[in-house]
Design a binder for this molecule. Sequence first.
Ligand SMILES: *Cc1c(COP(=O)(O)O)cnc(C)c1O
Length: 409
Amino acid sequence: MIRINENFLKLRAGYLFPEIGRRVRTFKEQNPRAKVISMGIGDVTQPLAPAVIEAMHRAVDEMGRAETFKGYDDAGVGYEFLRKPIVENDYKARGADIGIDEVFISDGAKPDTGNMQEIFGTDNVVAVADPVYPVYVDTNVMAGRTGQANQIGQYEGVVYMPATAENGFVPEPPDRPVDMIYLCFPNNPTGSVATKDQLARWVAYARKNKALILFDAAYEAFISEPDVPHSIYEIEGARDVAIEFRSFSKTAGFTGVRCAYCVVPRTLKAWRKDGQAVEVAPVWKRRHCTKFNGVSYISQAGAAAVYTPQGKKQIAQTIGIYMTNAKLIRERLTELGYQVYGGVNAPYIWLKTPDGLGSWEFFDRLLNEAHVVGTPGVGFGPAGEGYFRLTAFGTLANVREALDRFASL
Ligand SMILES: *Cc1c(COP(=O)(O)O)cnc(C)c1O
């Protein structure tokens, strides 16, 4: 008799985006003429940079000739032509000491943040922010690292750290030991960033408790303020306690191309039951190369072009388009009396719902009266109740129109 893995049955049904879809469909059926503007999805809309397209075209041509054809990417960890500019531009240029052999190319930061937990014991205590990117939690539920969910959707055994207006949406380390800490800065959904001092407190906590920080920096490219750290490795001592995740998805519009990477430093250790230290990087490499056969050569060639002078200029322009949207949203909503957060170093605006409305009540009001779709904050966790996420990934024309409709609410 084939038995199901019952950990998967603990997962709360994918509730948020299907429910949004259901409500939008119902609205459109009842209002076929309404032009609905979406500020809800976390997907990019601008096309790939010309430098990326040229590099990918060249790579396709190489694949078409026997002399330049590429099969499996040797070790499955990525080509050096990509790992080298990553190390130079994303780490060395920021004073972070990371080596080429510590970079693992993958098909996404979602798979990486989801898969990484596999190489750590199932008895580790997991800590996440509330609200949170659901992947961190759900993959630990699947692995059996939690109990059941309660009525508000929180799993037994997980330590939830509220990210609130009071702490600037950057939780402090908990007052008790935890083992696996997921941090995401710039943050999805709140748009917050952590300062160097705040990250330093996390690194100190992890060193003291022999804990691991899983640092998701998928939105690093959106940082605009000079003092904000771009990498956890800008913090002294982080090499011994942190794994970092990056992605070309939001940086360069690769959501449909697929290319990302994670950094697992050689100095990072985890412990066996008998107290003996084990190097983490070789274990991750073993897992990665056993279950994954590398990212397409064409995608990696495109990703490498992001680091050329042309590529850098072009992706900065695209990010500029999104961040102009973010600035408009932030400024106009502030003028209209909304309390808004984020949108400065991230493409997300996190707003306090007006008139004490719940997240879903505001969703319905915005949809019915302004024909604008956003994401209810409570969908990312109970501390998100009374908040609402807007994304800056739309077109300028749509953003302007949506804001005019906010004004007439
Ligand atoms: C979009 C996003 C990612 C990127 O995922 P990919 O699999 O690389 O497309 C990672 N983390 C967060 C928090 C995100 O919002």
